[in-house]
Design a binder for this molecule. Structure first.
Ligand SMILES: Nc1ncnc2c1ncn2[C@@H]1O[C@H](COP(=O)(O)OP(=O)(O)OP(=O)(O)O)[C@@H](O)[C@H]1O
Ligand SMILES: [Mg+2]
Length: 244
């Protein structure tokens, strides 16, 4: 039986606080991703989107907060255990290994030999990667590096894929490709948390949208509703949807 999307949450972030030195950068972030859902986290530059992801994933210290994955309290979990649990994370700037080949980048994090079926699936999604298996990651184009970073997560068969600005610096024609890929990954049952500057792309992919302002969530709602509220988008993001 297919579970209804909102039956339970795959990730819940509760009252997350974090500091950089004395600066109280996250001031109580609350966010929930329904199992199977796609959720956008939007906000102007520097409001704390990437910090929210890093802090939720325990890649930096937190001052307060609890994190639940699929109902399990993972607040104290070490970040190296996340992939095994089913959480894939593509950091802003992609985080691939520039001197390693495409193939080595794809298989680096695996404990055992790559599953040929999963490898095939990644190559079906990203045929460009298959054509460039021995090319060094750092010599790929920006869009191809993004595909490699997403492909590397898919090798671990994630249940949740967290993407920090996957379309940043990518030419418009590839942005649509990446958008369709994320949509199709989500439709295959993988939940998605997407941080994006490109509001149109985010609203197309995600059912639910959160907007951050200075360290906390200022708006939460269905993407379909937000699309009908250009004044909200303008107020929090400083842009009009036509120009986005
Ligand atoms: N390592 C750090 N040390 C000190 N301050 C930091 C550090 N990383 C980020 N900051 C500051 O914390 C705030 C939030 O940064 P963060 O990277 O989370 O923003 P963001 O919403 O992801 O922005 P962008 O859209 O530009 O990626 C910013 O003011 C930033 O300058
Ligand atoms: Mg960021």
């Amino acid at each position: 039986m297919v579970e209804p999307i909102s039956s339970h949450s795959i990730l819940r972030i509760e009252d997350l606080h974090a500091h950089y030195g004395k600066i109280h950068v996250l001031q109580g972030v609350n966010l929930e991703i329904p199992a199977g859902g796609a959720v956008a986290l939007l906000g102007r530059n520097g409001v704390g989107k990437s910090t929210t992801l890093r802090s939720a994933l325990h890649l930096m210290p937190r001052s307060r907060g609890r994190i639940y994955f699929n109902g399990e309290d993972i607040t104290a979990l070490k970040p190296e255990r996340l992939a095994g649990l089913g959480i894939g994370y593509v950091p802003q700037g992609r985080g691939i290994f520039p001197l390693l080949s495409v193939m080595d980048n794809l298989t680096l994090g695996l404990r055992s030999k790559p599953d040929p079926n999963i490898l095939d699936e990644v190559f079906t999604r990203f045929p460009r990667l298959k054509e460039r298996l021995s090319q060094k990651g750092g010599t790929l184009s920006g869009g191809e590096q993004q595909m490699l970073a997403i492909g590397r997560c898919l090798m671990m068969s994630p249940r949740l894929l967290i993407l920090d600005e996957p379309t940043e610096g990518i030419m418009p024609i590839l942005v649509a490709d990446i958008r369709r890929t994320i949509q199709s990954i989500n439709q295959s049952g993988v939940s998605v948390l997407l941080v994006e500057q490109n509001v149109k792309t985010a609203l197309k992919i995600c059912h639910q949208t959160y907007i951050m302002e200075k360290g906390s969530i200022a708006f939460e709602g269905a993407s379909a509703d937000l699309r009908k509220q250009p004044e909200t988008i303008h107020r929090y993001l400083g842009l009009s949807l036509d120009a986005a």
